[in-house]
Design a protein around this ligand. Structure first.
Ligand code: CP3
Length: 356
Protein backbone atom coordinates (compact mmCIF):
# COMPACT_ATOMS: atom_id res chain seq x y z
CA UNK A 1 0.00 0.00 0.00
CA UNK A 2 1.30 3.46 -0.83
CA UNK A 3 2.22 5.47 2.28
CA UNK A 4 0.58 8.91 1.84
CA UNK A 5 3.17 10.49 4.18
CA UNK A 6 6.06 9.66 1.81
CA UNK A 7 6.43 11.93 -1.26
CA UNK A 8 5.76 9.80 -4.38
CA UNK A 9 9.16 10.70 -5.85
CA UNK A 10 11.05 9.36 -2.80
CA UNK A 11 8.85 6.25 -2.57
CA UNK A 12 9.48 5.47 -6.25
CA UNK A 13 13.25 5.94 -5.80
CA UNK A 14 13.07 3.28 -3.09
CA UNK A 15 10.90 0.99 -5.22
CA UNK A 16 7.95 1.34 -2.86
CA UNK A 17 4.37 1.40 -4.20
CA UNK A 18 2.97 4.82 -5.13
CA UNK A 19 -0.59 6.01 -5.76
CA UNK A 20 0.66 7.42 -9.09
CA UNK A 21 3.88 7.60 -11.08
CA UNK A 22 5.94 10.63 -9.96
CA UNK A 23 7.29 12.89 -12.71
CA UNK A 24 9.90 15.63 -13.07
CA UNK A 25 12.07 16.80 -15.99
CA UNK A 26 15.81 17.10 -16.25
CA UNK A 27 16.62 20.74 -17.07
CA UNK A 28 13.13 21.81 -16.02
CA UNK A 29 14.65 24.86 -14.27
CA UNK A 30 15.51 27.49 -16.85
CA UNK A 31 15.68 26.66 -20.52
CA UNK A 32 12.29 27.07 -22.16
CA UNK A 33 10.26 28.91 -19.52
CA UNK A 34 9.21 32.49 -20.42
CA UNK A 35 9.05 33.40 -16.71
CA UNK A 36 12.70 32.27 -16.48
CA UNK A 37 13.79 34.46 -19.40
CA UNK A 38 11.91 37.37 -17.80
CA UNK A 39 13.96 37.32 -14.59
CA UNK A 40 17.25 35.75 -15.66
CA UNK A 41 18.95 38.79 -17.23
CA UNK A 42 22.28 38.57 -19.11
CA UNK A 43 25.54 37.15 -17.90
CA UNK A 44 26.85 33.72 -17.05
CA UNK A 45 24.86 31.18 -15.08
CA UNK A 46 27.97 31.00 -12.89
CA UNK A 47 27.20 34.55 -11.72
CA UNK A 48 23.42 34.11 -11.64
CA UNK A 49 23.65 31.25 -9.14
CA UNK A 50 25.54 33.51 -6.72
CA UNK A 51 22.20 35.23 -6.06
CA UNK A 52 20.25 32.72 -3.90
CA UNK A 53 16.92 34.56 -4.27
CA UNK A 54 17.24 34.27 -8.05
CA UNK A 55 18.25 30.57 -8.14
CA UNK A 56 15.54 29.77 -5.60
CA UNK A 57 12.91 31.44 -7.79
CA UNK A 58 14.20 29.73 -10.98
CA UNK A 59 14.12 26.35 -9.21
CA UNK A 60 10.54 26.95 -8.02
CA UNK A 61 9.15 28.15 -11.38
CA UNK A 62 8.70 24.70 -12.96
CA UNK A 63 7.26 23.31 -9.71
CA UNK A 64 4.54 25.97 -9.82
CA UNK A 65 3.89 25.79 -13.54
CA UNK A 66 4.01 22.04 -14.15
CA UNK A 67 3.14 20.61 -10.74
CA UNK A 68 6.10 18.23 -10.97
CA UNK A 69 6.86 15.84 -8.10
CA UNK A 70 10.46 16.97 -7.53
CA UNK A 71 12.54 20.13 -7.84
CA UNK A 72 16.12 20.22 -9.13
CA UNK A 73 18.50 22.90 -8.03
CA UNK A 74 19.31 25.58 -10.60
CA UNK A 75 23.10 25.25 -10.89
CA UNK A 76 25.60 23.50 -13.19
CA UNK A 77 27.94 20.53 -13.10
CA UNK A 78 31.02 22.77 -13.49
CA UNK A 79 30.21 24.88 -10.39
CA UNK A 80 32.66 23.04 -8.03
CA UNK A 81 35.61 23.16 -10.48
CA UNK A 82 34.83 26.80 -11.19
CA UNK A 83 34.65 27.56 -7.47
CA UNK A 84 38.10 26.16 -6.72
CA UNK A 85 39.57 28.33 -9.48
CA UNK A 86 40.40 25.77 -12.17
CA UNK A 87 39.61 28.39 -14.80
CA UNK A 88 36.33 27.03 -16.15
CA UNK A 89 33.78 29.37 -17.64
CA UNK A 90 30.50 28.99 -19.46
CA UNK A 91 30.54 30.58 -22.91
CA UNK A 92 27.11 31.70 -24.17
CA UNK A 93 25.78 29.32 -26.81
CA UNK A 94 28.78 26.99 -26.36
CA UNK A 95 28.85 25.54 -22.85
CA UNK A 96 31.74 24.92 -20.47
CA UNK A 97 35.14 26.17 -21.69
CA UNK A 98 38.50 25.90 -19.94
CA UNK A 99 41.24 28.47 -20.37
CA UNK A 100 44.10 26.03 -19.66
CA UNK A 101 42.86 22.46 -20.12
CA UNK A 102 44.09 19.56 -17.98
CA UNK A 103 47.12 18.05 -19.74
CA UNK A 104 49.65 16.63 -17.31
CA UNK A 105 50.39 15.52 -13.77
CA UNK A 106 51.26 19.04 -12.63
CA UNK A 107 47.66 20.06 -13.39
CA UNK A 108 46.45 17.86 -10.51
CA UNK A 109 47.69 20.60 -8.16
CA UNK A 110 45.02 22.89 -9.66
CA UNK A 111 42.28 20.58 -8.32
CA UNK A 112 42.32 21.36 -4.62
CA UNK A 113 39.47 20.00 -2.47
CA UNK A 114 36.20 21.94 -2.24
CA UNK A 115 35.25 23.66 1.03
CA UNK A 116 31.52 24.03 0.32
CA UNK A 117 30.78 26.58 3.08
CA UNK A 118 33.59 28.87 1.86
CA UNK A 119 33.70 28.12 -1.87
CA UNK A 120 29.97 27.77 -2.68
CA UNK A 121 28.01 29.39 0.19
CA UNK A 122 25.36 30.61 -2.26
CA UNK A 123 24.56 27.05 -3.32
CA UNK A 124 23.92 26.06 0.29
CA UNK A 125 21.89 29.22 0.94
CA UNK A 126 19.74 28.39 -2.11
CA UNK A 127 19.20 24.82 -0.89
CA UNK A 128 18.18 26.08 2.56
CA UNK A 129 15.72 28.59 1.09
CA UNK A 130 14.24 25.94 -1.19
CA UNK A 131 13.73 23.41 1.56
CA UNK A 132 11.80 26.13 3.44
CA UNK A 133 9.67 27.09 0.47
CA UNK A 134 8.94 23.82 -1.32
CA UNK A 135 5.73 21.92 -0.52
CA UNK A 136 6.42 18.89 1.72
CA UNK A 137 5.43 16.49 -1.08
CA UNK A 138 8.02 17.95 -3.49
CA UNK A 139 11.58 16.93 -2.56
CA UNK A 140 14.63 18.87 -3.71
CA UNK A 141 17.18 16.97 -5.82
CA UNK A 142 20.79 18.10 -5.45
CA UNK A 143 23.26 17.13 -8.16
CA UNK A 144 26.85 16.95 -9.33
CA UNK A 145 28.73 15.98 -12.46
CA UNK A 146 30.19 12.48 -12.58
CA UNK A 147 34.00 12.24 -12.81
CA UNK A 148 34.11 11.18 -16.49
CA UNK A 149 31.74 13.86 -17.77
CA UNK A 150 33.45 16.66 -15.84
CA UNK A 151 36.91 15.32 -16.86
CA UNK A 152 35.84 15.45 -20.52
CA UNK A 153 35.34 19.24 -20.22
CA UNK A 154 38.59 19.77 -18.28
CA UNK A 155 40.65 17.77 -20.80
CA UNK A 156 38.98 18.85 -24.06
CA UNK A 157 38.65 22.46 -22.91
CA UNK A 158 35.23 22.74 -24.54
CA UNK A 159 32.21 20.57 -25.43
CA UNK A 160 33.27 17.72 -27.71
CA UNK A 161 31.58 15.10 -29.81
CA UNK A 162 34.51 12.71 -30.05
CA UNK A 163 36.46 12.99 -26.78
CA UNK A 164 39.78 12.50 -28.59
CA UNK A 165 42.00 14.01 -25.92
CA UNK A 166 39.99 12.45 -23.12
CA UNK A 167 40.32 8.97 -24.56
CA UNK A 168 43.97 9.54 -25.49
CA UNK A 169 44.69 10.21 -21.82
CA UNK A 170 42.40 7.44 -20.54
CA UNK A 171 44.10 4.83 -22.74
CA UNK A 172 47.63 6.25 -22.93
CA UNK A 173 48.09 7.53 -19.37
CA UNK A 174 45.59 5.49 -17.34
CA UNK A 175 47.26 6.22 -13.99
CA UNK A 176 47.05 9.98 -14.54
CA UNK A 177 43.48 9.70 -15.83
CA UNK A 178 42.51 7.74 -12.76
CA UNK A 179 44.04 10.37 -10.44
CA UNK A 180 42.12 13.08 -12.31
CA UNK A 181 38.83 11.18 -11.95
CA UNK A 182 39.57 10.62 -8.27
CA UNK A 183 40.18 14.33 -7.71
CA UNK A 184 36.88 15.16 -9.44
CA UNK A 185 35.09 12.45 -7.42
CA UNK A 186 36.37 14.12 -4.24
CA UNK A 187 34.98 17.49 -5.42
CA UNK A 188 31.62 16.08 -6.50
CA UNK A 189 31.27 14.10 -3.29
CA UNK A 190 31.99 17.17 -1.13
CA UNK A 191 29.47 19.20 -3.13
CA UNK A 192 26.77 16.51 -2.95
CA UNK A 193 27.27 15.96 0.76
CA UNK A 194 26.99 19.68 1.43
CA UNK A 195 23.76 19.93 -0.61
CA UNK A 196 22.19 17.02 1.27
CA UNK A 197 23.40 18.28 4.64
CA UNK A 198 21.74 21.63 3.79
CA UNK A 199 18.47 19.79 3.13
CA UNK A 200 18.36 18.23 -0.36
CA UNK A 201 16.36 14.98 -0.09
CA UNK A 202 17.86 13.12 -3.07
CA UNK A 203 20.78 13.56 -5.45
CA UNK A 204 21.57 12.85 -9.09
CA UNK A 205 25.01 12.13 -10.50
CA UNK A 206 25.12 13.29 -14.14
CA UNK A 207 27.43 11.16 -16.29
CA UNK A 208 25.82 12.64 -19.40
CA UNK A 209 28.60 11.66 -21.79
CA UNK A 210 29.50 8.18 -20.44
CA UNK A 211 27.69 6.68 -23.44
CA UNK A 212 30.81 7.47 -25.49
CA UNK A 213 32.60 4.60 -23.71
CA UNK A 214 32.72 0.87 -24.33
CA UNK A 215 31.59 -1.34 -21.45
CA UNK A 216 35.13 -2.50 -20.73
CA UNK A 217 36.61 1.02 -20.77
CA UNK A 218 33.79 2.25 -18.56
CA UNK A 219 34.33 -0.53 -16.05
CA UNK A 220 38.14 -0.20 -16.01
CA UNK A 221 38.63 3.55 -16.14
CA UNK A 222 35.44 5.23 -14.92
CA UNK A 223 33.30 3.02 -12.68
CA UNK A 224 35.66 3.01 -9.63
CA UNK A 225 35.55 6.81 -9.24
CA UNK A 226 31.75 6.96 -9.59
CA UNK A 227 31.42 4.04 -7.17
CA UNK A 228 33.38 6.06 -4.61
CA UNK A 229 30.81 8.87 -4.82
CA UNK A 230 27.79 6.63 -4.17
CA UNK A 231 29.65 4.81 -1.37
CA UNK A 232 30.57 8.18 0.16
CA UNK A 233 26.91 9.26 0.16
CA UNK A 234 25.48 6.06 1.65
CA UNK A 235 25.51 7.15 5.31
CA UNK A 236 23.30 10.17 4.51
CA UNK A 237 20.38 7.86 3.71
CA UNK A 238 18.97 9.77 0.73
CA UNK A 239 18.32 8.11 -2.66
CA UNK A 240 20.87 8.61 -5.44
CA UNK A 241 20.17 8.61 -9.20
CA UNK A 242 22.83 7.74 -11.79
CA UNK A 243 22.17 9.16 -15.26
CA UNK A 244 23.81 9.07 -18.67
CA UNK A 245 22.83 9.42 -22.34
CA UNK A 246 23.19 6.57 -24.85
CA UNK A 247 24.11 4.26 -22.00
CA UNK A 248 21.91 1.29 -22.96
CA UNK A 249 24.92 -1.05 -22.90
CA UNK A 250 26.18 0.52 -19.67
CA UNK A 251 22.98 0.31 -17.60
CA UNK A 252 24.05 -2.63 -15.44
CA UNK A 253 27.55 -1.20 -14.99
CA UNK A 254 26.03 2.13 -13.94
CA UNK A 255 23.88 0.21 -11.44
CA UNK A 256 27.11 -1.36 -10.11
CA UNK A 257 28.24 2.13 -9.10
CA UNK A 258 25.69 1.90 -6.27
CA UNK A 259 22.73 4.20 -7.06
CA UNK A 260 19.13 3.58 -6.01
CA UNK A 261 17.84 4.70 -9.41
CA UNK A 262 19.32 4.39 -12.92
CA UNK A 263 18.40 6.93 -15.60
CA UNK A 264 17.38 5.46 -18.96
CA UNK A 265 17.37 7.43 -22.19
CA UNK A 266 14.73 7.01 -24.93
CA UNK A 267 16.80 4.61 -27.05
CA UNK A 268 16.08 1.65 -24.77
CA UNK A 269 12.46 0.59 -24.16
CA UNK A 270 11.78 0.87 -20.43
CA UNK A 271 10.71 -2.78 -20.11
CA UNK A 272 14.00 -3.89 -21.71
CA UNK A 273 15.93 -1.61 -19.34
CA UNK A 274 14.06 -3.06 -16.37
CA UNK A 275 14.76 -6.64 -17.39
CA UNK A 276 18.46 -5.82 -17.82
CA UNK A 277 18.60 -4.15 -14.42
CA UNK A 278 16.45 -6.59 -12.48
CA UNK A 279 14.98 -5.68 -9.12
CA UNK A 280 18.00 -4.06 -7.51
CA UNK A 281 17.33 -0.48 -8.71
CA UNK A 282 14.45 1.78 -9.70
CA UNK A 283 14.45 3.39 -13.15
CA UNK A 284 14.00 6.99 -14.30
CA UNK A 285 12.90 8.02 -17.78
CA UNK A 286 12.48 7.82 -20.65
CA UNK A 287 10.42 9.99 -23.01
CA UNK A 288 12.38 11.36 -26.00
CA UNK A 289 12.72 15.13 -25.30
CA UNK A 290 12.16 15.76 -29.03
CA UNK A 291 8.76 14.06 -28.84
CA UNK A 292 7.60 17.24 -27.07
CA UNK A 293 7.72 18.90 -30.52
CA UNK A 294 5.12 16.49 -31.96
CA UNK A 295 1.37 17.29 -31.97
CA UNK A 296 -0.22 16.57 -28.58
CA UNK A 297 -2.04 13.34 -29.55
CA UNK A 298 1.27 11.87 -30.77
CA UNK A 299 3.08 13.01 -27.64
CA UNK A 300 0.27 11.66 -25.49
CA UNK A 301 0.63 8.24 -27.10
CA UNK A 302 4.41 8.36 -26.42
CA UNK A 303 3.75 9.14 -22.75
CA UNK A 304 1.47 6.11 -22.54
CA UNK A 305 4.06 3.98 -24.33
CA UNK A 306 6.53 4.72 -21.53
CA UNK A 307 3.96 4.12 -18.78
CA UNK A 308 2.77 0.90 -20.43
CA UNK A 309 6.34 -0.38 -20.74
CA UNK A 310 6.67 -0.05 -16.98
CA UNK A 311 3.53 -2.16 -16.48
CA UNK A 312 2.58 -0.46 -13.20
CA UNK A 313 5.61 -1.78 -11.36
CA UNK A 314 6.85 0.17 -8.31
CA UNK A 315 10.15 1.96 -8.82
CA UNK A 316 9.52 4.17 -11.87
CA UNK A 317 10.19 7.92 -11.89
CA UNK A 318 8.82 9.38 -15.11
CA UNK A 319 11.21 11.80 -16.83
CA UNK A 320 12.58 12.67 -20.22
CA UNK A 321 15.48 10.58 -21.52
CA UNK A 322 17.63 13.76 -21.41
CA UNK A 323 17.02 17.42 -20.59
CA UNK A 324 14.20 19.70 -21.74
CA UNK A 325 15.26 21.31 -25.03
CA UNK A 326 15.30 25.13 -25.10
CA UNK A 327 12.59 25.41 -27.81
CA UNK A 328 10.06 23.21 -25.99
CA UNK A 329 6.51 24.57 -25.61
CA UNK A 330 5.92 24.52 -21.82
CA UNK A 331 2.22 23.70 -22.36
CA UNK A 332 3.25 20.36 -23.86
CA UNK A 333 5.13 19.51 -20.66
CA UNK A 334 2.14 20.58 -18.54
CA UNK A 335 0.03 18.07 -20.48
CA UNK A 336 2.68 15.38 -19.99
CA UNK A 337 2.61 15.91 -16.22
CA UNK A 338 -1.21 15.81 -16.13
CA UNK A 339 -1.24 12.61 -18.16
CA UNK A 340 1.36 10.84 -16.02
CA UNK A 341 -0.23 11.92 -12.76
CA UNK A 342 -3.69 10.78 -13.92
CA UNK A 343 -2.52 7.37 -15.12
CA UNK A 344 -2.83 5.43 -11.88
CA UNK A 345 -0.74 3.54 -9.36
CA UNK A 346 2.68 1.93 -9.48
CA UNK A 347 1.87 -0.95 -7.21
CA UNK A 348 1.01 -3.91 -9.42
CA UNK A 349 1.62 -6.89 -7.18
CA UNK A 350 2.36 -9.42 -9.88
CA UNK A 351 4.16 -6.95 -12.13
CA UNK A 352 7.64 -7.87 -10.95
CA UNK A 353 7.07 -11.39 -12.26
CA UNK A 354 6.37 -9.94 -15.70
CA UNK A 355 9.84 -8.43 -15.76
CA UNK A 356 11.26 -11.94 -16.19
O1 CP3 B 1 18.58 27.81 -19.73
C1 CP3 B 1 19.46 27.25 -19.10
O2 CP3 B 1 19.28 26.18 -18.51
C2 CP3 B 1 20.73 28.00 -19.04
C3 CP3 B 1 21.55 27.79 -17.90
C4 CP3 B 1 22.71 26.85 -18.15
C5 CP3 B 1 22.89 25.62 -17.48
N1 CP3 B 1 24.07 25.09 -17.90
C6 CP3 B 1 21.99 25.09 -16.44
C7 CP3 B 1 22.12 23.69 -15.97
C8 CP3 B 1 23.76 27.04 -19.03
C9 CP3 B 1 24.00 28.17 -20.00
C10 CP3 B 1 24.63 25.92 -18.87
C11 CP3 B 1 25.92 25.72 -19.56
C12 CP3 B 1 26.22 24.33 -19.89
N2 CP3 B 1 26.70 23.43 -18.99
C13 CP3 B 1 26.06 23.69 -21.13
C14 CP3 B 1 25.63 24.30 -22.43
C15 CP3 B 1 24.42 25.05 -22.41
C16 CP3 B 1 23.19 24.32 -22.00
O3 CP3 B 1 22.18 24.98 -21.77
O4 CP3 B 1 23.17 23.08 -21.94
C17 CP3 B 1 26.41 22.36 -20.95
C18 CP3 B 1 26.33 21.28 -21.96
C19 CP3 B 1 26.83 22.23 -19.59
C20 CP3 B 1 27.30 21.00 -18.92
C21 CP3 B 1 26.21 20.37 -18.18
N3 CP3 B 1 25.44 20.99 -17.20
C22 CP3 B 1 25.78 19.02 -18.27
C23 CP3 B 1 26.38 17.98 -19.20
C24 CP3 B 1 24.76 18.85 -17.33
C25 CP3 B 1 24.02 17.59 -17.00
C26 CP3 B 1 22.68 17.58 -17.62
C27 CP3 B 1 22.67 17.37 -19.11
O5 CP3 B 1 22.09 18.21 -19.78
O6 CP3 B 1 23.22 16.34 -19.56
C28 CP3 B 1 24.54 20.11 -16.69
C29 CP3 B 1 23.58 20.32 -15.62
C30 CP3 B 1 22.80 21.60 -15.60
N4 CP3 B 1 23.07 22.74 -16.27
C31 CP3 B 1 21.65 21.80 -14.81
C32 CP3 B 1 21.21 23.11 -15.06
C33 CP3 B 1 20.01 23.81 -14.47
C34 CP3 B 1 21.08 20.83 -13.77
C35 CP3 B 1 20.45 19.59 -14.23
C36 CP3 B 1 18.97 19.66 -14.46
O7 CP3 B 1 18.35 20.73 -14.37
O8 CP3 B 1 18.41 18.58 -14.72
Amino acid sequence: MPDPAVPPFLAACRRQPTARTPVWFMRQAGRSLPEYRAIRGDGSILDAIKVPDLSTEITLQPVRRYGVDAAILYSDIVVPVHAIGFGVDIAPGVGPVVEAPFEREADLARLRPLEPEEDTPWVLETVRQLVDELPAAVPLIGFAGAPFTVASYLIEGRPSRTYEKTKAMMLGEPALFSRLLDAIATLSLASLRSQVEAGAQAFQLFDSWAGALSVSDYRTHVLPASQRIFAGMADLGVPGIHFGVATGELLTSMADAGPDVVGVDWRVPLDAARSRLGDRVAVQGNLDPEAAFAPWPVLEAKVHEVLDANQGRPGHVFNLGHGVLPGTDPDQLTRVVETVQAAGPCAAAGAAAASG
